[in-house]
Write a protein that binds this ligand. Structure first.
Ligand code: CTP
Ligand code: MG
Length: 226
């Protein structure tokens, strides 16, 4: 089934500490963002990629897109202060029935997961990729444990997140009107009463966030090549 994808890539990569957008850092000699774009470029069901970029990064993206095999279906728009604002700007350029949002910083997403999400969003309105929490989770206040949280039913949420387009649009408009800032798209659609289905994803669908994630990324890349 056809879909479009918004790829937020307009961050500054503060936690990575590279002094520039982390999406231009390289895994095996190619920028991180190229791998993310490759996945959607290779999928005939992905009709349109909306890349959200930061002011100042245009020339680097222009250069990178010039050689990219998916360039005919990529358009770019400018991002905003927070990730949510960037996705909102991307939404303005979207149409069709199903829209995905996928972080530029998650280069190892599998097509299999994407297709399960698209199907689930078509059926139920909203679906997110996630993996079961592996660690013991505790809640603390001022450095003291208050509670050991039961792990049953806890999920670590990733992207892609997939929606029927009118649902995500309404959720974003309401969040904007109410000045609500969420950490993912699903939190916005949950607020308008929409149910969200979980699609179990892979632990290696990592987001490159801090410097050691680059080591993990090299290892995942090496494993995938075999
Ligand atoms: N992003 C965006 N617009 C923003 C902030 C983030 O499009 N205003 C994008 C990033 O480029 C990234 C994704 O959202 O692909 C996930 O965000 P995150 O991992 O937090 O990246 P950064 O915001 O760049 O990193 P940091 O929070 O460490 O500064
Ligand atoms: Mg950020």
């Amino acid at each position: 089934m056809d879909y479009q994808v918004i790829i937020p890539a307009a961050g500054s990569g503060k936690r990575m500490g590279a002094g520039r957008n982390k999406l231009f850092l390289e895994i095996n000699g190619r920028p991180v963002i190229n791998y993310t774009l490759d996945v959607f470029a290779s999928d005939p069901e992905c009709k349109n990629m909306i890349l959200v970029i930061r002011r100042g990064d245009e020339s680097q993206f222009r250069k990178l897109l010039a050689d990219h095999p998916g360039k005919h279906k990529i358009k770019w728009v400018y991002g905003g202060q927070e990730r949510q604002h960037s996705v909102y700007n991307g939404l303005k350029a979207a149409d069709g029935q199903i829209i995905l949002v996928h972080d530029g910083a998650r280069p190892f997403i599998r097509l299999h997961t994407i297709h399960l999400l698209v199907e689930a969003a078509y059926k139920g309105g909203a679906a997110i990729a996630a993996v079961p929490v592996k660690d013991t989770i505790k809640r603390a206040e001022r450095g003291q444990v208050v509670e050991t949280v039961k792990r049953t039913g806890l999920w670590q949420v990733q992207t892609p997140q997939a929606f029927r387009l009118p649902i995500l649009t309404e959720a974003h408009e309401q969040a904007k009107a109410q000045n609500y800032l969420g950490t993912d798209e699903a939190s916005l659609v949950e607020r308008i009463g929409q149910t969200v289905k979980i699609i179990e994803s892979d632990y290696d669908n990592i987001k490159l966030t801090t410097p050691e994630d680059l080591y993990f990324a090299e290892a995942i890349f090496a494993k995938r090549k075999n």
